[in-house]
Write a protein that binds this ligand. Structure first.
Ligand SMILES: *Cc1c(COP(=O)(O)O)cnc(C)c1O
Length: 349
């Protein structure tokens, strides 16, 4: 292959996080520790009788109707598709010209920058402050076609101040995206405000609180004008029939989501206390994961834990996250297993 064959936007990219997972306790991807959503598991079984020879609903009308009921919006406020990652891709394809700049916070979700670059855009990162809160002035005074922020923020785990996010939406004349992948855990949302603003888009997912990461279902909402344009950009049929059916079942039965949020809220303190006891610095969390700093090399910590069959995620090579790692908040059993293995590593040090 000649180097020039590769489109300039695709050069120098690296593949995404993909660890060896066989037999490991996974606390590295902030998924739901309660296992598959029971309503969804039941719905999957029904899918054997579906007409899988036929295409799904082009724009997943059934799921959008259900989302409209839950959020008190209309079906056409919503776009749904193959994970909220597809939503991010649609956003930049719709609003960002190749060569234009998108403003992200830093540190934040690495795939935000990925989707900007792969769509030919540039990223300007505006650092969060020492408490990992937004630099509102900095963002509003920076040139760029769009802004994207994440609350609760990944990987820092804190909720952004609501008035700061509002000040960004109100303070500039450009689309502002609020990624709420962990919104259920924080119990607040910008979703109800999408009709009020000309420029607000909110993304959410079934991968975290709904326990359905394996099904790849995500959605976003905005006012009707923006949503209508984004719908024309989306890949038709990108949400398959099985995923749509399962998502509807999961939305109609909110018990699992409530239980998941309650479990996380109950377990957070226990895990935090255990980590502090082992000598780690713990950052405040309002999500289903915790960011903490290791007194020694975090890469070594993560690889030693992996040898003991527990996976957590290393962020320690990144600026401002030196020696920081992220763990999912699991069930009591999972958390105690993690703490026990961490204790072994600390002793070996
Ligand atoms: C997990 C995550 C997503 C991706 O969700 P999918 O719906 O699985 O694509 C998006 N944004 C953030 C911040 C996440 O942590």
């Amino acid at each position: 292959m000649k180097k020039e064959w590769v489109r300039s936007t695709a050069r120098g990219m690296t593949t995404y996080y993909s660890p060896k997972v066989e037999g490991k306790l996974r606390m590295d991807t902030s998924t739901n520790p309660l296992g598959c959503n029971p309503a969804a598991c039941k719905a999957v079984k029904e899918c054997a009788d579906m007409e899988l020879d036929q295409y799904p609903s082009t724009y997943s009308d059934g799921l959008r109707n259900e989302l409209a009921k839950i959020y008190g919006l209309t079906r056409d406020n919503f776009i749904v598709g193959n994970g909220s990652d597809e939503m991010l891709d649609i956003l930049f394809k719709t609003f960002m010209e190749p060569g234009e700049t998108v403003i992200t916070a830093y540190p934040a979700y690495s795939l935000h920058g990925f989707f900007v670059r792969i769509n030919g855009g540039k990223v300007t990162q505006i650092d969060l402050d020492d408490d990992y809160q937004l630099n509102v002035e900095g963002i509003n005074s920076t040139k760029g076609k769009m802004v994207i922020v994440c609350t609760p923020n990944n990987p820092t785990s804190n909720l952004l101040r609501r008035e700061d996010v509002k000040a960004i939406v109100e303070g500039c004349d450009r689309p502002v995206v609020v990624d709420e992948a962990y919104g259920e855990f924080a119990g607040e949302s910008f979703m109800p405000l999408v009709d009020k603003y000309e420029n607000l888009i909110v993304t959410r997912t079934f991968s975290k609180a709904y326990g359905l990461a394996g099904m790849r279902i995500g959605y976003m909402a905005s006012n009707l004008e923006m949503a209508n344009v984004m719908q024309t950009v989306k890949i038709p049929y990108s949400l398959n029939r099985v995923s749509e059916h399962v998502a509807i079942a999961a939305l109609k039965d909110q018990r699992y989501v409530k239980e998941s949020v309650a479990t996380v809220n109950r377990e957070r303190k226990h895990l935090e206390d255990g980590l502090i006891r082992l000598g780690f610095h713990v950052f405040p969390s309002e999500a289903n994961f915790i960011l903490f700093r290791s007194p020694r090399d975090s890469a070594q910590l993560v690889s030693r834990l992996a040898e003991k069959n527990v996976l957590i995620r290393d962020f320690g090579k990144l600026r401002r996250l030196e020696n920081c790692v992220r763990t999912t908040i699991g069930t009591r059993e999972m958390n105690d297993e993690l703490l026990a293995k961490l204790e072994e590593v600390v002793r070996e040090w």
